[in-house]
Design a protein around this ligand. Structure first.
Ligand SMILES: Nc1ncnc2c1ncn2[C@@H]1O[C@H](COP(=O)(O)OP(=O)(O)O)[C@@H](O)[C@H]1O
Ligand SMILES: [Mg+2]
Length: 296
């Protein structure tokens, strides 16, 4: 079976063309991209999966998953290695379109629009669905230019200095870098680089932020900083995070979705619910074994 491990190389910030969909309205000329939420936004899920299966050629990596990602909360996706967590994330911003033989069955709705509808431009989608990867991947540019990159290519007309500052502040990095904005991003520590990648992602005001094990390359202190930051960001954004770290899922998320694999190695959803319930009072034995560290 063909396997690739190139999943940390694509950047979610780049996009120019708005998605031609009545339910995803993007004002390119105005601010950093403005996505208008429906007024009853609190009730509407940002993402809804209906019986979603993902295939690489004839291999089914994910089987019939139905779930929702709700606005302004942190949803954790947990489960053993290989159960399809990254596959689901990459499907949500259509990065897996680039993998030959990749196929999706079922329906994925983003803001009520079918993600695979012909009117959806995957490049534009990746602006409203930002991605933060396992390994921090700043561009080999200055700190300032990393944050300004996405807004610039989107034709941002406002005051760039202010947007860069507010994005860095919201990513809890401003105080550490305000005196060296013109220096290379590559000189920052790993934790700072990851916060810069978050600043870069939020500078274009995404509607959903996907994070694939964003702390696994960081030390414990930098990890806690990112978790604190996520807590602040959820006031304004919606976060779907994959994590291997059970303590992190328990500490940082509001809602937890647990996947495991069957004998055919296809990942399926065992149980989901409020994070405290999944960790303290799971309904399924498989969940209990996994969250207590006895399996996976
Ligand atoms: N590009 C690919 N081509 C073929 N198989 C893949 C590809 N990416 C992942 N897989 C397979 O899909 C399954 C799920 O992988 P992945 O989504 O990376 O799991 P997780 O992130 O939960 O560890 C695994 O069996 C993996 O080998
Ligand atoms: Mg993964």
């Amino acid at each position: 079976m063909a396997q690739t491990t190139t999943d940390h190389e694509t950047d979610g910030a780049a996009a120019v063309v708005p998605i031609a969909s009545p339910s995803i309205r993007i004002d390119v000329a105005g601010g950093a991209s403005q996505v208008e939420h429906p007024t009853d936004g609190a009730a509407e899920p940002v993402v809804r999966l209906e019986q979603v299966s993902c295939f690489y050629g004839s291999f089914r990596a994910v089987r019939e998953i139905s779930t929702e990602v709700r606005r302004n909360r942190i949803t954790a996706l947990i489960g053993p290695s290989g159960c399809g967590k990254s596959t689901l994330l990459r499907t949500l911003n259509r990065m897996n379109d680039l993998v030959p033989g990749f196929k999706v069955e079922g329906r994925l709705l983003f803001e009520g629009t079918d993600l695979f509808d012909r009117s959806v431009d995957p490049v534009a989608l990746r602006r409203v669905v930002g991605m933060v990867f396992q390994k921090p991947n700043p561009f080999p540019k200055s700190i300032y230019d990393n944050v300004a990159y996405g807004p610039r290519i989107n034709g941002y007309k406002g005051k760039m200095d202010e947007l860069v500052e507010s994005s860095l502040r919201r990513a809890a990095l401003w105080d550490e870098v305000k005196d060296k904005l013109k220096q290379s991003a590559l000189a920052l520590s790993g934790g700072q680089q990851q916060r810069l990648c978050i600043a870069r992602t939020i500078a274009v005001e995404p509607d959903l932020i996907l994070m694939d094990e964003p702390c696994s390359a960081l030390d414990p202190r930098a990890t806690l900083q990112i978790e604190d930051l996520m807590e602040e960001l959820k006031e304004r954004y919606t976060i779907l995070i994959v994590t291997h770290n059970m303590q992190q899922a328990a500490r940082a998320s509001d809602h937890t979705v647990f996947l495991t694999m069957g004998d055919d190695r296809a990942g399926y959803l065992v149980e989901e619910g409020p994070t405290t319930q999944i960790f303290t009072n799971p309904r399924e034995r498989l969940t209990e074994e996994y969250v207590s560290g006895r399996f996976g």
